[in-house]
Design a binder for this molecule. Structure first.
Ligand SMILES: Cc1ncc(COP(=O)(O)O)c(C=O)c1O
Length: 493
């Protein structure tokens, strides 16, 4: 949908968190009064305003909480979910929403140029634009993995990799953190006593939290398991000025501590137990549909650890179906490292009683989690999307990561886990050659260079690094260089 107004008047002209809100009139014949400003429709007295609140996750109860309350769990200790007033959103049809979202892509209009805030009405409808803390996250590349699909996935021709890790802090966590930190910014401006924001992290959450807090001038406190995250991940919160605690435990131990500490102090909890983050993360699912011109893929494969993201994707797809943007949702696959596979074991048991495990070391370090906070959310998402859970061993995930890199990508080990899941489902014939399939790449490969260096140096004990490509050490002399080059060229031809 084209805008009829000149864009220049809508550019942010003052500092990010103090600008005036802006409005663009759209030309849609569907809804004559549509504007890019989400509040405009509420000015029409006959229309219900868009609102959202916390409710207990998947429970029949009257309990609800304002999003301005500081609450992470329901009164019975269960998970919370952000529930939107769907009746208010249904005042507009699917075509209206598709057009509105499409009209905002790639713009500089604050805050709608962000892939998250372009869906503001479905995310945090009541927040004022001035309170939003955004780095214009989202709008990530949906890469057609043509060569990889044909070569490595038995002739697949409709395989796509959603590069959520090519983003501000190098992982999909930016999508959720912009929402959470924006809400904290709002609460602090409202006078709520919050001295900072804290999280436990396997690396990427702390990087995103620190960056967004630094952008807004809010203190951040991060709990990291010592020696279990990559150097690139560790340096991010350090550089962004977070208070970094390196703890002699694993992620689950850090999580337990941060939950205790945030319940005793005015530090806001930023882990994905906090359902606000999932509101941002769900926009990646909407964005995939948008990038396919609202055609629904058959499969979406997501690496899972704490298991918030798999539910976020489900929620994004489901909202699009319920609000008439599409008529079905994809089947979801959650991919786990075999060394951190509690969901896989639960799935294999036919969803019998869930048992947490002690996760052991994996190159997919961000998903080394044995007691996932969002287990109930993940099971719900998988059951309601006819979903599947797969697992990948260390050798499988590292070889698949390297195989993808050989076709021009540079993916992280978590993406390797998801690619192994795809491979297994292709080999068993569950995923067909022509199925439209999206693999979600959750972090940038540059965060995991040490793992790649070890792999290509053949330095991983007990691993057959099938695609290792170590540099050839050669004397800086014409003859010596020609010798090795000739051998290489003969082999290649
Ligand atoms: C790179 C990466 N991939 C996957 C995940 C798993 O996401 P979730 O914990 O929501 O399952 C994480 C979470 O830390 C991550 O950082």
């Amino acid at each position: 949908m084209a805008s009829s107004s000149p864009a220049t008047t809508f550019l942010r002209s003052s500092p990010p968190y103090n600008h005036r809100s802006t409005t663009i009139k759209c030309t849609s014949s569907q809804v004559p009064t549509t504007t890019l400003d989400n509040n405009s429709h509420a000015k029409q007295p006959s229309l219900k305003p868009f609102t959202a609140k916390y409710v207990p996750f998947n429970a029949v109860t009257d309990e609800s909480h304002s999003l301005d309350e500081i609450v992470y769990r329901s009164s019975t200790g269960g998970l919370l979910d952000v529930q939107h007033d769907m009746e208010a959103l249904k005042q507009f049809d699917g075509k209206y929403w598709r057009n509105l979202f499409d009209s905002r892509v790639g713009r500089t209009v604050w805050p709608y140029g962000s892939g998250v805030w372009s869906k503001k009405e479905w995310v945090l409808p009541e927040i004022h634009d001035d309170d939003i803390v955004s780095t214009f996250e989202g709008n990530s590349n949906l890469f057609w993995a043509e060569r990889y699909g044909k070569q490595n996935m038995k002739g697949m021709n409709d395989l796509w990799v959603k590069h959520c890790g090519i983003s501000h802090t190098g992982s999909f966590k930016d999508l959720g953190m912009t929402v959470l930190v924006s809400q904290v910014n709002r609460l602090r401006k409202m006078g709520k006593h919050l001295v900072g924001v804290g999280c436990a992290s396997t690396g990427d959450t702390s990087a995103a939290l620190s960056a967004y807090c630094a952008a807004a001038g809010i203190p951040s406190i991060v709990f990291l398991p010592a020696n279990k995250i990559s150097m690139a991940q560790l340096v991010q919160p350090i550089a962004n000025g977070a208070f970094v605690l390196s703890l002699d435990t694993d992620f689950d131990g850090c999580m337990k501590l941060i939950r205790e500490i945030t319940s005793e102090t005015p530090i806001y909890l930023a882990n994905s137990l906090n359902s606000l983050r999932l509101e941002g993360q769900k926009t990646a699912a909407i964005e995939i549909l948008q990038q396919f011109d609202w055609e629904v893929p058959d499969w979406v494969i997501i690496p899972g650890g704490n298991l918030g993201n798999i539910y976020a994707f489900y929620k994004g797809f489901k909202m699009c179906q319920e609000l008439g943007l599409v008529d079905k949702i994809p089947r979801l696959v959650c991919a786990q490292a075999a060394n951190a596979n509690p969901l896989y074991l639960h799935y294999k048991s036919g969803w019998q009683n869930f048992t947490p495990i002690t996760a052991t070391t994996t190159f997919a370090s961000a998903i080394q989690i044995g007691d996932p906070v969002s287990i109930d959310r993940a099971v719900y998402a998988l059951k309601n999307s006819n979903g599947i859970v797969e697992e990948a061993t260390e050798e499988e995930l590292m070889n698949e990561m390297a195989a993808a890199d050989l076709t021009g990508m540079f993916v992280c080990p978590h993406t390797g886990v998801a690619l192994v899941a795809l491979k297994k489902l292709r080999e068993s014939g569950v995923i067909g050659k022509h199925d439209k399939t999206v693999v979600v790449s959750t972090a940038h490969g540059l965060k995991f260079t040490q793992a790649k260096i070890d792999y290509h140096s053949n330095a991983i004990e007990g691993m057959n690094c099938k695609f290792a490509n170590p540099p050839v050490e050669v004397k800086a002399e014409y003859g010596a260089v020609m010798d090795v080059l000739t051998k290489y060229l003969n082999k290649a031809s």
